[in-house]
Design a binder for this molecule. Structure first.
Ligand code: 13P
Ligand code: 13P
Ligand code: MG
Ligand code: MG
Length: 379
């Protein structure tokens, strides 16, 4: 059998060009140059979706490796210097601390990593999204690994028919829980239908026990006690031979689902699948976008990427997303386009409330508001 390989995708927003729309080419060059000098990696690619830089790296050191995380952190620091020089928007936005502590998790950057034995042939897809949050993967991961209307392999492939194990994080309580599908499908859906809180972290094959998918789950807006931007997420999916076919992993994106994020991280919008050359959100800082980069691994070397959503087969999905976007925009500041109060990343509510405090008067029947003394004593 093959050797054990770790695939680490670490991403951060180091500064937008222009506004929050894209990444300046000099940042990508800086990241390339820095990674090329590293002796730790087997291979790497630098990509971006919107204003987020993705470092796609293969190595032999396992997940949560301090040296690999440190490498990514240093790349982001180098990029921050360039971003400051060019005065890019929100330079260093995702680097919450100046000191690196051994693991980038919880420090701003998003991380999706998996270690596995490279199969005879190892097709993988790296999904990356901008203007949304990690829960955006719940719907497509559910479709890929649990919905026979999406993934016919669940029905007719003997290596998939047993189903998959889903690991779900509660991002508010910082707890994790596992579900065995298909038996516990209804239980799983109770949670992952609320993607702002419950988030699919990883998926495992029940036939082989092997990891099949992993997502980045850090929810930045709950960290460090201040708004620093939605944590635009990444996700890795292994494909074929007992796992979803490449086309089954791409299929959920043909029907754009609604995700939280978009303008000021405070709106609902369709997740639009786009090619790498269309990965710069514009309208109302969106609509939220997702790219899909396909690779064959060869001894850890990344053969690719294949730009899946650049294909004409996703033209209709883009058109649908634009129609949904048009409709939602017509609602302006009203829910459900604008997120509910508790989910918005920032709001003027406290200030407006303070200003109008004295103008609020109680509503209701007088006797309900001020119970008569004799009534109170009557019981
Ligand atoms: P500022 O313009 O105040 O940074 O906030 C808006 C923003 O950038 C989100 O789009
Ligand atoms: P990012 O999270 O991609 O930086 O976007 C911030 C924003 O507020 C866009 O309007
Ligand atoms: Mg940004
Ligand atoms: Mg972003």
């Amino acid at each position: 059998m093959g050797e054990r390989i770790t695939l680490s995708v670490i991403k951060a927003d180091i500064g937008g060009y222009v506004g929050h729309s894209s990444v300046h080419p000099r940042l990508l060059e800086t990241a390339e140059r820095y990674l090329a000098e590293s002796k730790l990696l087997i291979d790497y690619r630098v990509a971006h979706v919107g204003d987020d830089i993705d470092l796609i790296m293969t190595h032999k050191y396992g997940v949560d490796c301090p040296e690999i995380h440190h490498l990514a952190w240093n790349v982001f620091l180098q990029c921050t210097e360039v971003a400051r020089e060019l005065k890019l928007y929100g330079a260093g936005q995702d680097l919450l601390s100046d000191a690196f502590s051994g693991n980038v998790k919880g420090m701003g950057p998003g991380v999706a990593e998996m270690e596995f034995e490279e199969r005879k042939s190892e097709p993988i897809i790296v999904f990356a999204a901008d203007k949304t949050e990690p829960g955006a993967w719940n719907f497509p991961l559910y479709k890929m690994f649990a919905d026979p209307f999406n993934t016919i392999g669940l029905v007719i492939d003997p290596k998939m028919h047993q189903g998959f194990r889903f690991e779900v994080y509660d991002l508010v309580k910082n707890e994790r829980v596992e579900f065995s599908l298909p038996e516990e499908l209804y239980d799983l859906l109770v949670f992952i239908g609320a993607p702002g809180r419950y988030c699919i972290k990883s998926v495992y094959s029940k036939t082989t026990g092997e990891i099949a998918a992993v997502s980045s789950t850090q929810r930045l807006n709950l960290m460090a006690g201040r708004y620093v931007g939605k944590d635009d997420p990444v996700c890795i999916v292994r494909c074929q031979s007992g796992l979803p076919a490449v086309g089954e992993a791409l299929e959920p994106f043909a029907n754009p689902h609604l995700v939280a994020g978009w303008m000021r991280g405070s709106h609902i919008g369709p997740l639009m699948p786009v090619g790498l050359d269309q990965a710069a959100p514009t309208r109302f800082d969106g609509p939220p976008r997702v790219v899909a980069m396909g690779f064959q691994l060869a001894g850890g070397r990344l053969v690719g990427p294949q730009d899946f959503f650049g294909d004409v087969a996703f033209d209709k999905a883009r058109q649908t997303a634009n129609e949904i976007a048009n409709y939602l925009r017509s609602l302006g500041p009203f829910e459900p386009h604008r997120l509910p109060l508790e989910d918005m990343e920032y709001t003027t509510m406290p200030e407006v409330m303070a200003k109008l405090k004295n103008r609020f008067v109680k509503v209701g029947r007088q006797e309900d508001l001020e119970p008569a003394t004799e009534e109170l004593g009557a019981k």
